[in-house]
Design a protein around this ligand. Sequence first.
Ligand code: SF4
Ligand code: SF4
Length: 368
Amino acid sequence: MNSKVYFIDLRAKYKESFINKIGKLLSAAGLSETFKERDLVAIKLHFGEAGNSAFVRPVFLRKIVESIKEKGGTPFLTDANTLYAGTRGNSPSHLITAIRNGFAYSVVDAPIIIADGLRGKSATPVIINKKRFKRVYIGSEIVQADSLVSVAHFKGHELSGFGGTIKNLGMGCASRRGKLAQHSGMAPKVKKKKCVGCGDCIDHCSQKAISLVDEKSVINPKKCMGCGECIIICPNNAIQVQSNKSIPVFLENMIEYTFGVLKSKKNKALFLNFITDVSPACDCYPYNDAPIVRDIGVVAAKDPVAIDQASVDLVNREQALPNSCLETNIKPGEDKFKGVYPKVDWTIQLNYAESLGLGSRKYELITI
Ligand code: SF4
Ligand code: SF4
């Protein structure tokens, strides 16, 4: 059976604003069936790196918060800390970045709780017994939440082709250890030229895996448990992920993490993709290039595979915008994400997710 994907476009009129249409979309997609009164509802989004402005607007989040409160739920906004040293690498800087990007309580009407704690160490292992991982490490607050509303900004991504609901869940909800495991099966590496031998990484390694040799940091891969702490802590960005995974393996890893996130949220999750400001790359960058297609609208569904498939299709049926980075695959019907990232086969994420029973690539698009 085809999964239902609900859609609103951006047309609005005096008596019905786009924000009101978001409320209608949530009702049609079954928001009230995804949580009970007094449930703690995690709204998982990306607050945007400092300098980026393509993320979903805070005023849209307020409507989602309001809709959950109307039905008796207690929403909070959440995301997990990053693996890289940026402006969201620990909870204080993550909160400051979120507020500076507009996600203040006075705007969104809900608190922010970072999903994996002060330094990204608050992770809950979830047993999944899949091909690539037996267990995955998810931000604890997301595991503990009663229900989940994923609010993804749909855009391009250099490793997954596009980033939508599946990426928002699989990578976005993973703790730092989980993120590192998806990118790499190895200990991080030290760039000796950048290391000044300050020893900060040694103090922060719980496994005593780091030592100084000739005033340069050295990581013992046999002791390293892949927590990623040293990557964030180094003030000189001298410790980096060894991205030894091929893109297909990375994508399968991300899908298995998505499976782990949703394991405790059967019939307790709703997904939204904002197909607006469709930038070519991730909101983790401190900038965003011009959108590749016009603003299209918002989709909502209970099937994470169907919603991403529908979103890709909605983007690909558009004519590319003339001032974007797209030089090929410009016409309606041509694959825009393949045009930006010719070496990435984004179908892998949808096919593997479907094979794990996460959802269906077949869908019915219902316009509200
Ligand atoms: S924290 Fe960075 S600069 Fe300091 S010793 Fe470790 S790797 Fe070198
Ligand atoms: S990743 Fe974690 S365990 Fe491994 S060397 Fe760095 S701090 Fe130590």
